[in-house]
Design a protein around this ligand. Structure first.
Ligand code: C2E
Ligand code: CA
Ligand code: CA
Length: 580
């Protein structure tokens, strides 16, 4: 009896231990995120057991069902059962864990990775089988998304920069071996910044998206499309010939752009694009060089005329490289105070008396005799990259210093004209800082004239007019330079608060050559005088021109005939002669 009780206690204890360890294994299986299906073939029909997070994978339906293999499959995969079954058989045969299998079930895509292990008896009958199934859908989705992000531009669906460059490089390599070429075309929406400002960033994005999706359709075996920047797209064509070329694509784009893009807020937008084309291997030794040069062609094209297509030329590249190197030198010159001011005299036409001078900047070559380049070349670069601000400050300061010197030394009443760029005038503190400097150097404001061109009125007409009025209120003179080269609308001219009008050199160059040009010059002088402006003729080179202008009652004459721009020291010689 004692013995029997002992046996029962022992069995109970063993059973408890077994139950505890089974519980532990089930926990471990559940935590592994893997579903284990256990088949016991010692029973007939085979006993099936499931361990792991089966409710997550197969749902509640399985709970009280007498499991068998096909029922389990039914639950796991509804649509792609055959595919899944074949896959499992393969896994079983190979005895390997597979990468993954993609199946459709319950209208969704699932990925499973599976592993099967079977044990056999001596007669090679299966005894037990364990299938482990892991749902890797989430991991797979994430990696697909990452893959997409790695290759595609998420806004438009065209290739992103990195992947485009890779594909373009591959194209160029293949082109080398097949002795053909690859074209690349940069496509850039004109005035995109302005469009963005007017419709807002969100709709700007939508426009880029629409346009990008349109371009995406050019993608095929020989053509790839990518996006490099906010509104910059690139298209590469392998072995261009006949109907397959960037030129043909450009024409198709032009066709499309005849119609508007309609945004979700119903705004209709008309755009134009500029395109720059470069070809491998003509436009560069490497794929990257061709890409770089294509971009240069684009920006040069934009400078020339918007809405067009330009092709790589060595001249374009050279002028670009020159401006890049000038830009670098310009920066150094600003840091080392490497500029100088020259002064060109201006005379009253009637009595030949000195009226004053125009201050003109010079950039001496620190290593040689002459100048690095003319202001006609470096001022536009400085205006583009912002260097005109420190350069302009130097000019103002130096000119005022000179004026202050001359005033104390020579006591000659004269006017000094200083050229001011649009960007300088647009600066908020321009008026304050100029008037501060004028008083700092003790200069009479009436002896200072600022020369501006019509371009200053383009961006902010009202603001500029206000500033000019304030400056004139302080006693300064304002002169409109290069008259006749810009818009020169007569109706706006009459409302400009200016003192002086400088008629551009190009007028006098032709005035004596043909009658109609002469008539135009004459009427410009008359108009200017009627509007009450002091009128200056620029670029007078010959005695004949001088006489012609004097006979037509021009007020002031400036030009090589009467004096070239000279250094401060040289100009002082002239002042000394005046005082003698
Ligand atoms: P601009 O303001 O129209 O200056 C007149 C230009 O014509 C000067 O060229 C002057 O040397 C040149 N010139 C004067 N008389 C004659 C002549 O009889 N024949 C010929 N062929 N040329 C004559 P420069 O000094 O080379 O300056 C060129 C342009 O660079 C200036 O044209 C002006 O737009 C700009 N610039 C020069 N200095 C400055 C400056 O300090 N600040 C700014 N913002 N621009 C400047
Ligand atoms: Ca000028
Ligand atoms: Ca001028």
């Amino acid at each position: 009896m004692e013995d029997l009780k002992y046996q029962i206690d022992l069995l109970t204890a063993l059973n408890e231990r077994l139950l505890a360890s089974e519980k532990m294994y089930r926990h471990i299986a559940e935590m592994s995120g893997t579903l284990f299906v256990y088949f016991d073939y010692k029973c007939s029909p085979a006993k099936v057991d499931l361990v792991g997070p089966w409710d997550e994978m197969v749902g509640e339906k399985i709970a009280n069902h007498p499991y068998d293999e096909s029922y389990m499959l039914n639950l796991l995969v509804e649509d792609d059962q055959d595919k899944f079954r074949i896959h499992m058989l393969e896994v079983e045969r190979e005895g390997l864990e597979t990468d993954s299998v993609e199946v459709r079930s319950r209208n969704k895509r699932f990925w499973f990775s599976c592993f099967v292990r079977v044990t056999y008896d001596d007669d090679h009958n299966p005894v037990e089988k364990i299938i482990s199934i892991k749902d890797i859908t989430k991991i797979k989705m994430n990696s697909e998304e990452l893959e997409y992000l790695a290759y595609y531009d998420s806004l438009t669906g065209v290739y992103n920069r990195n992947y485009f460059v890779r594909k373009f490089r591959d194209m160029c390599e293949l082109a080398d071996s097949e002795k053909v070429s690859v074209e690349i075309m940069f496509v850039d929406i004109d005035d995109f910044k302005k469009i963005n400002d007017s419709i807002g960033l969100l709709f700007g994005d939508e426009l880029v998206q629409e346009f990008g999706q349109y371009l995406k359709d050019f993608n095929n075996d020989d053509t790839i499309v990518g996006r490099f920047g906010s509104d910059v797209f690139v298209i590469a064509v392998y072995n261009p010939c006949g109907q397959r070329s960037c030129d043909v694509i450009y024409r198709k784009i032009q066709e499309r752009l005849r119609h508007t893009f309609v945004l979700t807020n119903k705004t209709e937008i008309m755009i134009s694009v500029s395109c720059g084309v470069a070809e491998y291997p003509d436009a560069g030794r490497t794929a990257l060089e061709v890409i770089k040069n294509g971009e240069i062609v684009l920006y040069k094209a934009k400078e020339r005329c918007k809405g067009g297509i330009s092709y790589f030329e060595l001249d374009i590249l050279n002028s670009f490289l020159k401006s890049v190197s000038l830009e670098k030198q310009l920066k150094e010159a600003i840091e080392t105070n490497g500029f100088q001011l020259y002064y060109q005299p201006q005379y009253n036409a009637s009595d030949g008396k000195l009226r004053g001078a125009e201050a003109l900047i010079r950039w001496p070559d620190p290593e040689g005799e002459g100048f690095i380049t003319s202001p006609n070349e470096f001022i536009p670069i400085a205006e583009k990259n912002g260097a005109i601000i420190p350069i302009g400050n130097y000019v103002i300061k130096e000119a005022l210093k000179t004026m202050s010197d001359w005033r104390s030394k020579y006591h000659i009443p004269m006017v000094l004209s200083i050229n001011i760029s649009a960007m300088q005038l647009e600066k908020e503190n321009f008026v304050d800082s100029l008037s501060h400097m004028i008083s700092l150097y003790g200069v009479n404001p009436e002896s200072i004239e600022i020369e501006i061109t019509e371009s200053v009125f383009i961006n902010n007409f009202e603001d500029v007019i206000d500033k000019i009025k304030t400056l004139r209120g302080l006693g300064l003179r304002v002169s409109l330079d290069d008259f006749g080269t810009g818009y020169s609308s007569l109706s706006y001219l009459k409302n400009l608060p200016i003192d002086t009008l400088k008629i551009d050199k190009s007028f006098i160059d032709t005035a004596l050559k043909d009658d109609s040009s002469g008539i135009i010059y004459e009427s410009v002088i008359q108009m200017s005088q009627k509007l009450g402006f002091e009128t200056v003729a620029e670029g007078v080179e010959t005695r004949e021109q001088f006489n012609y202008l004097r006979d037509r009652n021009i007020d002031i004459i400036q030009g090589f005939l009467l004096g070239k721009p000279v250094s401060k020291v040289e100009f002082e010689k002239l002042l000394i002669r005046q005082t003698a």
